[in-house]
Design a protein around this ligand. Structure first.
Ligand code: GTR
Length: 415
């Protein structure tokens, strides 16, 4: 009898597990039919037909739905925030660039929380547009130069390096500085851990705790993705003060979880002129209602700190969400948007990322912007689309030279 009870118990625990976390689906033919919410249908069932209706009513309403059901709140900046230039190297990258390192102090105090920003600029007389994005493993990983200040969290949850110096330059391929500079752009980046360490208890050390009183927001009212997004806006605050930079043209870029972050930051902060989400997947560009690859339940189980409490109620029930991710992409309109996928990154559902971009187009069309090219999903390595661009390249989940080549072309072509 006892044995039987134990078996029943184990079975129900297992069923519970499966109910929480189904195996990912990778079969197009097994995707149950779904209906996407219409970004242009108002709360009262009225069709939105003008930019004015979109900007004054529908856009704020949809942004608010994402805040409430998915990513949590986004506070503003703190009075007293200030910047301290800690280094200028006029001969960085073998003389090709200017490098600046800046501490962004989030409050009036230098003993309060801050973030280390690194900035590379071409040596031109003119103001330049800058690519801005967070990095995964610290500023010292984007170049081997030992003048780069070491990240405070160099040994983070996703870093298996034995000592700090071994991490120098390990992510150079993801940040092709010479190429970016050579094309006339700057690059600004900071380590995302400085805002909130990326694990379920990271909020206790991160700004959701350390800035709780200064921001007037409780830790559980927002999320790790919210905290990282907030940090991107603080980078933009700095860029606006630098006379060598054209901060009206900042191109926000993020990969994977930081691609989700870039989209949420771009949706909240319209100072970002363009947004690039590379392989941002579930909870990023990919449609949640399409049962393919990672699901909401996977996200919430593996990364409970990324999204808010309400989002957990949609585990295995994406149809109940009042939004889907094409509506997040629509919040970027009318600004140029790039959604990028990789063929071997099926976990992120490339087709779901493409469809999401396509279904955001009705909002771009309100602005009468050119949006052709996304009618059908393109083949491998064939970027398509004008204001909203999409590619799926060959290879795995990563940021490659191919991706950057397309992003730079996109930045040039969508001035
Ligand atoms: C994965 C996660 C994805 C994506 C990725 C990343 O484990 O399931 O949603 O964000 O991490 O950030 O590299």
């Amino acid at each position: 009898m006892k044995f039987l009870l134990l078996q029943v118990c184990l079975l129900s625990i297992c069923c519970h597990c499966f109910a929480q976390l189904p195996a990912p689906n990778y079969d197009e033919n097994s995707i149950p039919p779904y209906t996407l919410p219409d970004p242009l249908l108002s709360k009262n069932g009225k069709k939105i037909t003008s930019v004015k209706q979109w900007e004054t009513g529908q856009r704020p309403y949809i942004r608010q739905l994402f805040e409430e059901h998915v990513y949590g709140k986004i506070p503003g900046k703190i009075k007293g925030q200030h910047f301290k230039l800690t280094e200028t190297d006029s001969n960085a990258l073998g003389g090709k660039a200017i490098r600046k390192q800046v501490n962004i102090y989030f409050t009036g105090s230098e003993s309060g929380p801050y973030m280390k920003l690194i900035l590379y600029l071409p040596k031109t007389g003119k103001k330049v547009p800058v690519f801005a994005g967070l990095n995964f493993k610290g500023n010292q990983t984007i170049d081997t130069d030992d003048g780069i200040a070491m990240a405070r969290y160099w040994k983070n949850a996703s870093t298996d390096i034995a000592n700090a110096d071994d991490s120098r330059g390990i992510r150079m391929e993801r940040w092709p500085l010479e190429k970016i500079i050579g094309r006339g752009y700057g690059l600004a980046t900071a380590h995302y851990y400085e805002l909130e360490p990326d694990h379920k208890d990271g909020w206790k050390e991160g700004i959701r705790t350390t800035l709780k009183d200064a921001l007037g927001i409780a830790a559980d009212e927002w999320t790790a993705i919210g905290a990282w997004s907030w940090g991107l806006s603080r980078i933009q605050d700095y860029l606006e003060t630098d006379t060598r930079i054209d901060a009206s043209k900042t191109i926000l870029i993020g990969h994977s979880r930081l691609g989700k972050t870039a989209l949420w930051a771009g949706a909240n902060d319209t100072r970002f002129a363009k947004v690039i989400a590379n392989e941002s997947g579930e909870g990023g560009a990919a449609l949640s209602r399409r049962w393919y690859g990672e699901t909401i339940a996977h996200l919430n189980t593996n990364f409970p700190h990324w999204f808010n409490g309400k989002y957990k109620t949609y585990n295995n029930n994406a149809a109940a969400l009042p939004v889907d991710q094409h509506m997040l992409l629509a919040l970027i309109a009318p600004r140029p948007l790039y959604v990028a996928s990789a063929q071997e990154d099926q976990w992120a559902d490339p087709r779901g990322e493409y469809l999401s971009a396509k279904h955001a187009l009705p909002v771009y069309l309100l602005y009468k912007l050119p949006v052709t090219g996304l009618e059908t999903m393109p083949g491998i390595n064939q970027p398509v689309g004008k204001t909203v661009r999409y590619h799926i390249r060959d290879g795995k989940h990563d940021v490659t030279a191919y991706d950057w080549e397309q992003f730079l072309n996109f930045a040039d072509e969508t001035k």
